[in-house]
Structure formats: structure tokens, C-alpha cells
Design a protein around this ligand. Structure first.
Ligand SMILES: C[S@@+](CC[C@H](N)C(=O)[O-])C[C@H]1O[C@@H](n2cnc3c(N)ncnc32)[C@H](O)[C@@H]1O
Length: 208
């Protein structure tokens, strides 16, 4: 999935473009392995992670121990938690999780994040992305038939479990719609900062 490339890009952006110091909101943080790598050596002053999964948060707690700042982990559905969320952030990150929502619900999340960020802040998301003119079935087919060799460590049942999850839960947008989600939420700019070599996903950066 190009985690290494994505999280090394996030690290570079945090070093060169984030406010100093910065408060980091990790939406759908999972086990936070990628974020912990990206945050290593940065001027982070506060970390908050939100995820539904208790086992993932237990791993995140261990993974984030080396961070030199207070860490709070919240077990919640981020789409619900962000509605009343009041604590501001300087950088918000969603790694591979917004696509579980359909377009209007994605828009609501992006609007809530915009409300929490000050001028000078950053919102970054890493999202599966449709090619121009491609529909969801086309993207799912491209994943299923085009990228099996990249997942050589998975046996057939693991691969099928992942495909099943994607068929049930993944709703990718084209890049133009991802840009529009940010601009419609009031961000002043929306740009693609990374395209995965597989062309199955992109990283987007929005600035208030
Ligand atoms: C593909 S993992 C990504 C984890 C991490 N952000 C990364 O980049 O490695 C997706 C994570 O999103 C979480 N998740 C999915 N939908 C969620 C929701 N509505 N609210 C909170 N967490 C959610 C899952 O529990 C899982 O940990």
C-alpha cells in the first residue's frame, strides 16, 4: 500500500510545513505505527488519536510511548466524535479511513476538521482514489486483478478477507472530488501531494 512512502512524506511535511510546535489529531489512528514513524523527531506538543478498535488502540498506546508529549487515545466513531469535538489542532491526519463513508458523510467530517484548524494548520488525508472516469467497481476490479502480486505475503483466505472488506466498506472518490471536499468545507487550497505508484491511492493536503 506504500505505507513507507506515505508516512515518510508525512514526516517531511511535518518537519518543513507544520506550525512549531504542533498539536496532532490522528483520525482513525489504528495501531499508529505509521504516525509514530512520521512524528519521530518533529516538534509535536500534543497527540490525540481516535479509533473504533480497542485492540488497535492498545497497540497504539505502546507504539506512541516514545513521543515527547501528552498522548490521548479515544475509542469512538470519528464521524460522531468530531461533531462535538472542541479541542483545536494544528495538523489533522486521516490515513486510509475516510473512504468508509459515502460522499456527504465525508464532507461533514472535512467540515468539522476545518472548524478545528487555525490559519497555518494542515489537514492531510491518504485515500484510495478512482482514476478519472473510473467507477467504484472499476477501482475494485483494478485492485483485485492488478495488485495481487504486491500482496505476496497474504495467503488466499487473507487476500479474500481483505477483498470482502473492500467490497463492503470502501467508497473511493476521484481526485477532483477529494479536492472539492476540501474547498467546499472552506479550505483555501486543496492539492494532491502523492500518487501511489499503483495509482490506487493519493495523499491530499488542505490548508485553511
Ligand atoms: C486501514 S486502517 C488505517 C490505520 C492508520 N490510520 C494507518 O494509516 O495505518 C483503518 C482504521 O480506521 C479505523 N476506523 C474505520 N472506521 C472508523 C470510524 N468510523 N471511526 C473510528 N475509526 C474507524 C479502523 O478501526 C482502523 O484502525
Amino acid at each position: 500500500m506504500f505505507h513507507r512512502e506515505v508516512y515518510s512524506l508525512l514526516h517531511k511535511i511535518l518537519i518543513t510545513e507544520a506550525p512549531k510546535p504542533f498539536r496532532f489529531l490522528d483520525i482513525a489512528c489504528g495501531d499508529a505505527m505509521g504516525s509514530a514513524t512520521a512524528l519521530n523527531g518533529t516538534e509535536i506538543s500534543r497527540y490525540i488519536g481516535i479509533d473504533l478498535s480497542e485492540p488497535a488502540l492498545a497497540l497504539a498506546e505502546e507504539t506512541l510511548k516514545p513521543l515527547p508529549c501528552p498522548v490521548t487515545l479515544v475509542q469512538a466513531d470519528f464521524a460522531e466524535a468530531l461533531v462535538d469535538w472542541a479541542e483545536p489542532a494544528d495538523v489533522a491526519w486521516i490515513g486510509m479511513s475516510l473512504h468508509h463513508l459515502e460522499t456527504p458523510a465525508k464532507g461533514k467530517v472535512v467540515r468539522h476538521v476545518r472548524r478545528l484548524l487555525d490559519q497555518g494548520g494542515l489537514f492531510l488525508i491518504w485515500e484510495p482514489t478512482l482514476r478519472d472516469g473510473e467507477d467504484r467497481d472499476g477501482w475494485l476490479d483494478r485492485f483485485e486483478y492488478g495488485s495481487r502480486p504486491l500482496w505476496a505475503e497474504l495467503d488466499a483466505s487473507e487476500w479474500n478477507a481483505m477483498l470482502m472488506h473492500m467490497w463492503e466498506s470502501d467508497y473511493p472518490e476521484p481526485a477532483s472530488a477529494c479536492h472539492a471536499l476540501g474547498l467546499e468545507a472552506g479550505f483555501r487550497s486543496a492539492e494532491t501531494v502523492f500518487v501511489a505508484p499503483s495509482e490506487l491511492a493519493q495523499v491530499y493536503c488542505y490548508r485553511p
